[in-house]
Design a protein around this ligand. Structure first.
Ligand code: BG6
Length: 485
């Protein structure tokens, strides 16, 4: 495989939000940093009508609006001529036209990335058309396909989609995106665990009491009501982002950071999660909908779609037996905040002027967003007291250590990895299917339940039942919003 060959990045569904908000700002930034291949072009493809100039103007607006770096006209002037647009239907004659245009520019062998930024229902037919028009065959050049989430809507549909795309593609040509894996702070979970000797010896059932993974969003469903209503929080956040976070926290050290070694370990953890029957789900999974959801545009006024969920998960392996992982995520909550809290066990014996009940256990808090960083909370003696203790924090903040602009957009890393052919941060077929295997029973149980759906106030931290889930185990959510909840 030769990365010096001309490289085309072909984006299907290019007139949509994702291209304007994420893909083009990320590709532009990679270009500014000199990380793109020597010779490349970006070709948008879609049914919407655009001239090349109108397409470029639309994308420029996106960069000015959404990019986290300073916009400079001269840099854009170098990048814009590399952007093209082809208007066409999703049918064979138009795909032949696409192939002819890209081939003409390549003028010989050329690498191609096909990015599916369309609604998921169109993925299989695009891949079929690419295969039919012979655009997926690799010679000395490579062909890679990037597939956005959601990858299926349940286990059966994910399996079917995998089968369909495997007819035309080898697994190593497929890059299934979970943008959480592109986040610096998420990648840093593995670096924190496996580059530091002080943590890993404690990272197990002997020292850890429980783990909390919270991904809270302040926004509601915004303009995505219709899509979201057919999906809900389990498919939108748990099947992918939350289970990915859990697997990074819980996996064994991989033999190497090669894609296959890393993904093997992630699949092993997911496969060790204890399956739950309907009775266990009723006990360990909470669902709720924010008040006002039913009035959102595109939402069925009688919808039972949950916008919040909390689930207690048990991992049946040597490292984690008996250590609960509490996962929660929701929309329209108090604040956008994604955190992983590792709560350690309390000391076995109280020697100081505290009782074990009021002593705060040590906690390692991974702040994924915002205010990215890591805090270690431990006990210290309050000065000028005999033996009073108080919790204090040791803090690492990305912005302080690496500068405010150090954290790139998640898509930047993922696009670069696609170009260089590193699939470590993408989900493999068996990983996606194993994750669906865990989510399906919960969705089924909720579909069949006679229990009414709980609601929660917009701007709260979710329904009371989520607190009760932990209270039953003698615990509380410790999410940090500048202190205890
Ligand atoms: C997406 C979900 O995958 O992740 C959205 O579809 C959600 O509903 C988004 O808002 C959250 O991503 P982030 O990067 O803002 O935490």
């Amino acid at each position: 495989m030769d990365n010096n060959l001309p490289t085309s990045i072909i984006i299907f569904g290019a007139s949509g939000d994702l291209t304007q908000r994420k893909l083009i700002p990320s590709l532009f930034n990679l270009c500014r940093k000199g990380r793109m291949p020597n010779k490349f072009r970006i070709v948008g493809y879609g049914t919407t009508e655009y001239s090349a100039d109108a397409f470029r103007a639309h994308l420029k607006e996106g960069v000015q609006h959404f990019a986290s770096f300073e916009f400079k006209e001269d840099e854009w002037a170098n990048f814009a001529p590399l952007l093209f647009y082809i208007q066409g239907k999703y049918d064979a004659p138009n795909f032949e036209k696409l192939d002819a245009e890209v081939s003409r520019w390549e003028d010989g062998p050329g690498n191609r990335i096909f990015y599916m930024a369309t609604p998921p229902s169109v993925f299989p037919s695009i891949i079929d058309l690419l295969a039919h028009t012979k655009q997926l065959a690799e010679r000395e050049d490579w062909r890679r396909v990037v597939i956005e989430k959601p990858f299926g809507t349940d286990l059966a549909s994910a399996k079917q989609l995998n089968q369909q795309i495997h007819k035309a593609l080898q697994e190593d040509q497929i890059y299934r995106i979970d943008h959480y894996l592109g986040k610096e702070t998420v990648q840093n979970i593995l670096v924190t665990r496996f580059s530091n000797t002080i943590l890993e010896p404690l990272w197990n059932r002997n020292y850890i009491d429980h783990v909390e993974i919270s991904v809270a969003e302040e926004v509601g469903v915004e303009h995505r009501g219709q899509f979201y209503d057919g999906v809900g929080v389990m498919r939108d956040m748990f099947q992918n982002h939350l289970l990915q976070l859990l697997s990074l926290v819980a996996m064994e050290p991989p033999a190497s950071f090669a894609a296959s070694a890393l993904r093997n370990e992630k699949v092993k953890v997911l496969s060790s999660i204890r399956p739950m029957n309907a009775e266990a789900i009723a006990k360990n999974a909470v669902r709720a909908q924010y008040k006002g959801y039913l009035r959102e545009a595109g939402v069925n006024p009688e919808s039972k779609t949950p916008t919040f969920a909390a689930v207690k998960v048990q991992i049946d392996n040597w490292r984690w037996q008996g250590v609960p992982f509490y996962l929660r995520s929701g929309k329209a909550l108090k604040k956008k905040l994604s955190q992983i809290i590792i709560e350690f066990k309390k000391p076995p014996l109280m020697l100081f002027n505290s009782t074990s009940d009021n002593l705060t256990p040590n906690m390692l808090v991974l702040f994924l967003q915002p205010d990215e960083g890591i805090h270690l909370r431990f006990e210290a003696k309050v000065p000028d007291t005999i033996s009073e203790t108080r919790s204090v924090d040791m803090e690492f903040k990305y912005a302080e250590s690496f500068g405010k602009t150090a954290i790139p957009e998640a898509y930047e890393r993922l696009l670069l990895d696609t170009i260089t052919g590193d699939a470590s941060l993408f989900t493999r077929a068996d990983e996606v299917e194993t994750a669906w295997g865990l989510i399906d029973p919960i969705l089924d149980a909720w579909k069949g339940t006679t229990q009414p759906l709980d609601t929660y106030e917009t701007g709260s931290w979710g329904p009371a039942k989520a607190d009760a889930l932990l209270a039953r185990d003698g615990r509380i959510w410790s999410m940090w919003d500048g202190g205890k909840e």
